[in-house]
Design a protein around this ligand. Structure first.
Ligand SMILES: [Fe+2]
Ligand SMILES: [Fe+2]
Length: 135
């Protein structure tokens, strides 16, 4: 059984309660996937859980992009491109090993969540700050 676990901390919050709740939930889904790996439930639950993560990620990015839109086309598009990259990276994990039978696939998912956290702390937080400075 995998020992990899991704922990959401309140210090990761960016100050928008809706977005913070969504980030926390993304970690929650990722942990449900990591927890199921190597157990008897893996075959049964993995596909559904990964679908949930992928769909929730898309919805989160869409919700966020609506919030960042007032920052202007250039800033909005640059952020959107980062979302598209994260989305492609998540898709690549699934396409390379959709049954997670390789040990490194769990590590890839963990690395993806780490990349997501980097995005949250460096870019989402910055966007929210810029939005607050405008008013
Ligand atoms: Fe985000
Ligand atoms: Fe974002």
């Amino acid at each position: 059984m995998t020992m990899i676990y991704v922990e959401w901390k309140t210090e990761y919050e960016i100050g928008n309660s809706e977005i913070d709740a969504q980030h926390s939930f993304l970690f929650d889904i990722a942990n449900r996937i990591l927890r199921v790996l190597g157990t008897d439930e893996q075959i049964l639950l993995l596909s559904e859980l990964f679908d949930e993560l992928f769909e929730y990620t898309q919805n989160h990015f869409r919700d966020e992009e609506v919030i960042w839109l007032p920052l202007g086309e250039e800033i909005f598009q640059a952020h959107r491109n980062k979302h598209l990259l994260l989305r492609a990276q998540l898709e690549a994990i699934w396409l390379s090993d959709s049954i997670f039978n390789r040990a490194k696939t769990a590590q890839s998912l963990y690395d993806w969540v780490s990349g997501l956290l980097h995005h949250v702390l460096n870019f989402d937080r910055g966007m929210n700050r810029q939005l607050l400075e405008r008013v």
